[in-house]
Design a protein around this ligand. Structure first.
Ligand code: CO
Length: 181
């Protein structure tokens, strides 16, 4: 089922999430709802807090270029590429990359953010089985972005003071205009 995504500066987005203890039907429903919501909104990742559930749960699905269909250059999200991560922990990171990030909770905004280039993360899958993943490039960015949500932070908090100020001004203006419509 598709859920409503909380939009910045909703105060719930500032709250830290807590670990999942039970790997039950409730968790599986949450994961399924998160996937429905992410796909509906055209996102590549989603944290549970973004639909108001303060649990350490995130999903990621990086699109692949659809080489069969030249008409479609947007890329498709394959079910087999869906990552479902419960209680993720960063165990290693190195290097640096700058990536133009966006977020379903701050729609329409894209900003260049500095992240680690390579990450190793341990997590549990929907059945509670321990998993480890090594990621680089876009996938590493997605992991870092979604894990940041679980700590009660959003990507624009990484901007410099001046860029953040500029963002807040533009965001307030765009939200006001949205309200008028
Ligand atoms: Co986000």
């Amino acid at each position: 089922m598709t859920k409503e995504i909380l939009v910045y500066p909703n105060p719930i987005l500032r709250k830290p999430s807590s670990n999942v203890e039970e790997f039950n039907e409730e968790l599986h429903n949450l994961l399924d709802d998160m996937n429905d919501t992410m796909l509906e909104c055209g996102g590549v990742g989603l944290a549970a807090v973004q639909i108001g559930i303060l649990k350490n749960v995130l999903i990621i699905n990086i699109p692949v270029d659809d080489i069969e269909d030249f008409e479609n250059t947007d890329g498709v999200q394959l079910k087999e590429n869906l990552i479902e991560a419960i209680n993720p922990k960063l165990v290693f990171s190195e290097g640096e990359q700058i990536f133009n990030e966006g977020c379903l909770s701050i729609p329409g905004i894209h900003e260049e953010i500095k992240r680690a280039l390579n990450v190793t993360i341990s997590y549990q899958d929907r059945f509670g089985e321990k998993q480890t993943i090594q990621a680089d490039g876009f996938l590493a960015v997605a992991w870092q972005h979604e894990m940041e949500h679980l700590t009660g932070h959003v990507f624009i908090e990484n901007l410099s003071f001046l860029k953040r100020k500029k963002f807040e001004k533009e965001w307030k203006k765009s939200q006001k205009e949205k309200g008028k419509k």
